[in-house]
Ligand binder design. Structure first.
Ligand code: BGC
Length: 750
């Protein structure tokens, strides 16, 4: 067993972390920061450490006065280059030290050109397109004067009841880490001072996605082993990618709220990882330590957050009102405050705000919704779609089809297709599936009937028209799912079936006997077992953004081919949650021999006659769809799994290769996925873990040899004491999803 001490890791990381700024430039900046701090009053320092929403500043005139007095370091949610420039001018020209403001905004998946929700982007398994979407988001936001986004959200999320799963990259640590890196790169580019880039923020640090019962803001209990193995790695990946800022979170983690958590913020982030960027709190999360029961008042809350290392307070005034008293009482010292102010000023220097505080007000018009941006949005949407079912190869529809019924509350819902966390997108710019299908096929071929006004509508009044539309068409395409308001922050759900009378609408249309395609737009995985029975084909489109309509139309008509794979496990029913592919095995893993369907259990069966394994009598033990699942219009054959060696040392590498053949009729992309299992460990190991993948495009009949490197280092885990790569036997699978794949074995030697 090779154990690497935490101390050593910390030391190694210290050298590699943070944005690539030349050491000369860094030295110069540090000098300027020091000089500036030496001139600052305590009030000015606390101003830098405070971020407010314009509403909290009490109107434009009061805001200007507060900025002039040096009481505001950052504003969030201020929009428009002109307005931003106006306030920036006050900061730069009228405040005593002329320190520019840093303007922040939640640019989560697009600014004006709205990209698919992050969960959809993760379903593309394409880091390159994820990076491009964030680069577009950055350039658009920057053109309106935004310097800093609160994204990417990289909370590993294993509970679809939690509305914020929409903002996440799903349940897997590895995939989230890959996406985290790509998104940071997309926002920040190579140089933060480039006016086309903005600073990113890794949030929410940490464990927020594990809210009990999927209810937002709820308590999280995550043992350290799981925290380090499952929840922290995406944040580490973001730190390594040079993310400029981190955000602490709302959640109570093992009894200590994350905005006052010295273990996560101080020990892990600063000491072990050597992170040198800036840390902002979440909205009022410092003050919320009072209702959490972790601080008696704002002063104590400020003390806890300062001790943990939160540099900037968002939207509450615990710092501004209490730091003086804390200093006077010797509870904190000025050197600590100066260090935090330095972190904030460094961000402003790195963004080039001292040299270039203003935004060219003519830029937005030339930038927002540029054709190239819409193309990227459409490609991202297209790659995010996951084909779940395609009976009798109903899809793609033939281009010369004579008529299509377009039905459902999301067929023409330009607002809802944008999804959650959209502040700056306009529904007028969305192209809906109805519009896109009409443009492709001509108005005459489309029979449109909404059926239901919105996704929650219960009234079945619209069914008659919907059934009529289906009857006079060759095929019915139903756009079902959930409105954007049903996912996102504070929008948790206890029931994940389709809302309103959507399932009944599908039943009514299916009863016409016409072939039925269901397209689902949603912010999360929904429980759609019944809908799968009713529909011939099901395409999961998440909330696809501005260009969702054309992306869907092209795919329905075979101009593009599905290549998305699920970034989350789909449960059959809510009661199976939490259900995720990389679970532990238990001492009594389930199998079909020892499971009896509840409907087949004889009356008065004896207690042990059903088998004693880990399952549900009424829902079994398998998901509706496994993580990594996704069909294509084409088909693929995996063969010749080969390993370059059957064993390696604890610092070795094995190359795992397979031949992938496109055996279908379409040029198509497949995500080749590599999973491993560490059979035994000093702590129990998951039954499977994704360790690598490649998205490969093949022409019909074409074969490619796909090689994925597996380093012993990739097998490392935290065992409660140390990060270790343990000698022993491993399984490896390479395949099309987390449940299917060619299998081989290898071992790691001491
Ligand atoms: C959310 C953050 C967000 C912040 C600012 C909070 O409610 O949790 O993710 O960045 O608001 O809008």
């Amino acid at each position: 067993m090779k154990a690497i001490s935490l101390f050593l890791i910390g030391l190694l990381l210290l050298t590699g972390a943070c944005a690539p700024v030349s050491s000369d430039k860094k030295e110069q900046t540090d000098k300027r920061i020091k000089e500036l701090i030496s001139q600052m009053t305590l009030e000015e320092k606390l101003g830098q450490m405070s971020q407010f929403d314009p509403g909290q500043l009490g109107g434009p005139e009061n805001a200007k006065q507060a900025i002039k007095d040096g009481k505001v370091g950052s504003i969030l949610n201020l929009v428009g280059a002109e307005t931003i420039n106006e306030l920036q001018k006050v900061a730069v020209e009228e405040s005593r030290l002329g320190i520019p403001l840093v303007i922040a905004r939640d640019v989560i998946h697009g600014y004006r050109t709205i990209m698919p929700i992050p969960l959809g982007l993760a379903a593309s398994w394409n880091a390159e397109i994820a990076e491009k979407t964030m680069a577009v988001s950055a350039v658009e936001a920057a053109s309106e004067g935004i310097h800093w986004t609160f994204a990417p959200m990289i909370d590993v999320s294993r509970d679809p009841r939690w509305g914020r799963i929409a903002e996440s990259c799903g349940e897997d640590t590895y995939l989230t880490s890959v996406m985290a890196k790509a998104m940071v790169k997309g926002f920040q580019g190579d140089d933060l001072s480039d006016p086309k880039t903005i600073a990113a923020c890794a949030k929410h640090f940490v464990g927020y996605g594990a809210a009990e019962g999927g209810r937002d803001y709820n308590t999280t209990l995550i043992p350290e082993v799981q925290l380090r193995n499952d929840y922290l790695p995406p944040f580490k990946a973001a730190a390594d990618a040079g993310v400029a800022t981190f955000m602490s979170a709302f959640n109570d983690l093992n009894g200590v709220p994350t905005s006052g958590n010295e273990f996560t913020l101080k020990q892990i982030l600063r000491q072990e990882w050597g992170y040198q960027g800036m840390v902002v709190s979440d909205w009022a999360s410092i003050a919320e330590m009072i209702p959490h029961g972790y601080a008696a008042n704002k002063k104590e809350a400020a003390e806890r957050a300062l001790m943990a290392g939160v540099d900037m307070e968002m939207a509450s005034d615990c710092y501004a009102g209490n730091v003086k008293a804390l200093l006077d009482e010797g509870k904190i010292d000025m050197a600590t405050i100066d260090r935090y102010v330095a972190n904030i000023l460094r961000l402003k220097f790195d963004l080039g705000l001292f040299e270039n505080p203003y935004t060219d007000e003519t830029l937005a018009e030339k930038t927002l919704l540029a054709e190239k941006h819409k193309e990227i949005a459409q490609q991202a949407a297209s790659e995010s779609f996951v084909l779940l079912q395609n009976k009798n190869e109903l899809l793609p529809l033939s281009n010369d089809i004579s008529s299509v019924a377009v039905i459902g509350p999301l067929a023409d819902s330009p607002h809802d297709q944008m999804g959650t966390w959209v502040f700056d997108g306009n529904k007028e710019n969305s192209v809906t599936p109805l519009t896109a299908l009409k443009a492709k096929l001509g108005d005459a071929k489309i029979n449109f009937a909404k059926g239901l006004e919105i996704s929650r509508t219960k009234s079945t009044e619209g069914f008659v028209a919907a059934v009529e539309a289906a009857k006079k068409s060759d095929v019915a395409v139903l756009f079902l799912g959930e409105e954007s308001i049903l996912s996102g922050e504070a929008h948790s759900l206890a029931n994940l079936n389709l809302q309103g009378s959507q399932t009944e609408l599908l039943e009514a249309v299916q009863a016409t006997g016409k072939p039925v395609v269901v397209v689902i737009m949603a912010g999360r995985q929904l429980t759609i077992a019944r809908e799968l029975q009713l529909a011939d084909a099901v395409l999961y489109a998440w909330h696809p953004g501005t260009m969702g309509g054309p992306a869907i139309a092209d795919m329905l008509l075979g101009e593009t081919v599905p290549s998305g794979k699920l970034p989350v496990t789909f449960p059959k029913t809510v009661g199976q949650i939490p259900i995720y592919y990389n679970h532990k095995n238990t001492g009594r893993p389930a199998d079909y021999e020892q499971w009896t369907d509840i409907n087949k259990i004889p009356a008065e069966a004896t207690q042990h006659s059903l088998g004693n394994t880990s399952h549900y009598l009424d829902a079994g033990f398998e998901p509706l769809f496994p993580f990594g699942f996704g069909l294509s219009y084409s088909s693929f054959d995996y063969s010749n799994l080969e390993l370059s060696a059957n064993s390696m040392g604890t610092d070795g590498v094995i190359e795992v290769s397979i031949d992938l053949k496109n055996t279908g009729k379409y040029e198509a992309a497949e995500v080749v996925q590599l999973y491993i299992r560490d059979r035994f460990g000093s702590v129990t190991r998951p039954v499977k873990q994704l360790k690598g993948y490649q998205k490969v495009t093949l022409k019909p009949g074409e074969t490619k040899n796909v090689v994925i490197q597996l380093k012993a280092k990739d097998l490392e885990f935290f065992n409660g004491k140390d990060y270790v790569v343990e000698a022993g036997d491993f399984d490896v699978w390479v395949g099309t999803n987390s449940q299917e794949g060619l299998h081989a074995e290898f071992s790691v030697n001491e």
